[in-house]
Design a binder for this molecule. Structure first.
Ligand code: UD1
Ligand code: CA
Length: 450
């Protein structure tokens, strides 16, 4: 069965009090819109359409950065959810299959839930995602008739009796694409909000003798975000679920509540993560690694048996092979570090390759930026870089070579050579004692004078 996604993302999100469109506010390091797209992506949709409105340019940029193939259409006036879906009609012309309506501000719907909706669609014309709510507040209510969904009534339009229903509408709908647009054509705005309600398609379908039903999910999956405090709650909810999933998968988190994960964080079994570690987007850590306290990782890969931190920073493009050691106050960016290499203290390694078992001394810096362009540093296998070496890129140090501490290396070093690039030491016997005497005499004179 072919699927198309329609993601509604035109709303203003007034309560966010923000210049950024609501759907672009991040949860776990990524815009909530991307979470919604990712949930839908697991259905391998043939087409996806994002309906943008407020901040449409920013929404378009973020969508295309995620996937160039997604169509972004604009709903310039927000006349209701049915009107929003209608904007996707042209983008779906010629498409024959299921249309699934999702929401850019509802990031937690599980792919399994969407699959259950698809299954229910084989025996029904319209499938709506509902949930039992302890506090149904102002949600639309699902009016059931046995297994059939009779209609959806919005809170504003509901009778007192209907308001006692606890089965609520999530907004997510699945329906054959042609039928969906056909039903939407019949939706009017004769209701309390004077909006074109997508929810009306259920009653319209039933009036035509078609069938409709509801699939239910956990309330948290349907959590919509309308304010910064809801955003903070959604983040907390995401984090506690992601931590629990890692623990379940055999990862040790010494202090789970202090570890922050991204949507796509992958950590292998028997890895240990100490307290206060932050994972940004795009991190994979293999089995049996140790991420020590107060480290920050994003866009990087850590292989089996490596030890990172405490207080390490791995930035995008850091690729660490097995049994690498990255110690305290070390920053690594866009660098491949081969097996068993060590960068243990106070270093910056950027735009570099470091060979197997090389040792990078404390305070070493790859000077990769000349103020305009970035340049590469290459360090061969088994090289020993003396403490406080400045490697002025582009530069290479051959396999098994050494640099003297404090060297400023500006030209390539041959394999197995020792490079020294620092001022020679000068020694003046007795001079220190004379200096002390002179300085002490000066100070005594000053104190007598004052
Ligand atoms: C909607 C449902 C309600 C359900 C609730 C779940 C309708 C009529 N009601 O109500 O039954 O319980 O969601 O949260 O569908 N949007 C557009 N363009 C528009 C209008 C809305 O893109 O013209 C987008 C909004 O940005 C938002 C979503 O659609 O992401 C839902 O719209 P909203 O106005 O919040 O609907 P609710 O009143 O919450
Ligand atoms: Ca809403």
């Amino acid at each position: 069965m072919k699927t198309a996604l329609i993601i509604l993302a035109a709303g203003k999100g007034t309560r966010m009090n923000s210049d950024l469109p609501k759907v672009l506010h991040p949860i776990a390091g990524e815009p909530m819109l991307i979470h919604a797209l990712e949930a839908g992506a697991l259905l391998e949709p043939e087409r996806s359409v994002v309906v943008a409105g407020h901040g449409a340019d920013m929404v378009r940029d973020a969508t295309l950065a995620y996937d160039m193939a997604i169509k972004v259409v604009e709903q310039s006036e927000q006349l209701g959810t049915a009107h929003a879906v209608a904007q996707a009609r042209d983008a779906l012309s010629g498409f024959d299959g299921t249309a699934l309506v999702l929401y850019g501000d509802t990031p937690f719907i599980r792919p399994e839930t969407l699959e259950a909706m698809q299954t229910a669609l084989s025996a029904n014309d319209v499938v709506v995602l509902g949930f039992e709510s302890a506090d149904p507040a102002r949600y639309g209510r699902l009016v059931m008739d046995g297994q059939q969904l009779d209609r959806i009534v919005e809170y504003k339009d509901a009778s007192d009796d209907e308001r006692t229903i606890t089965l609520c509408n999530s907004g997510v709908v699945a329906c054959n694409s042609d039928l969906l647009f056909d039903l939407i054509d019949a939706v009017d705005n004769n209701n309390a909000s004077e909006e074109y309600y997508l929810t009306d398609i259920v009653g319209l379908a039933r009036a035509r003798g078609l069938s409709a039903t509801a699939v239910t999910c956990d309330e948290w999956e349907t959590m919509g975000i309308n304010s910064r405090s809801e955003l903070a709650r959604a983040e907390a909810e995401f984090q506690s679920r992601a931590r629990a999933a890692l623990l379940e998968d055999g990862v040790t988190l010494t202090s789970p509540e202090t570890v922050f994960l991204a949507r796509d964080t992958v950590i292998g079994r028997d890895t240990l993560v100490e307290p206060n570690v932050v994972f940004g987007p795009g991190v994979t850590v293999e089995s049996g690694a140790t991420i020590r306290a107060f480290s920050h990782l994003e866009g990087c890969h850590v292989s089996r048996g490596s030890v990172i931190g405490p207080y390490a920073r791995l930035r995008p493009g850091a690729e660490l092979a097995e049994h690498v050691r990255i110690g305290n106050f070390v920053e690594v960016k866009n660098a491949q570090i081969a097996e068993g290499a060590k960068v243990n203290h106070l270093s910056y390694i950027g735009d570099a390759t470091i060979g197997a078992a090389a040792n990078i001394g404390a305070g070493t810096i790859t000077c990769n930026y000349d103020g305009v362009m970035k340049h590469q540093t290459q360090i061969g296998a088994g090289a020993f870089i003396g403490s406080n070496t400045m490697l002025v890129a582009p530069v290479s140090v051959g396999a098994g070579a050494m640099t003297g501490s404090g060297s400023v290396i500006t030209s390539d070093v041959e394999p197995e050579a020792l490079a020294l690039a620092r001022a020679p030491q000068v020694e003046k016997p007795g001079m220190a004692r004379k200096m002390f005497e002179m300085l002490k005499a000066k100070k005594a004179k000053q104190q007598r004078g004052s």
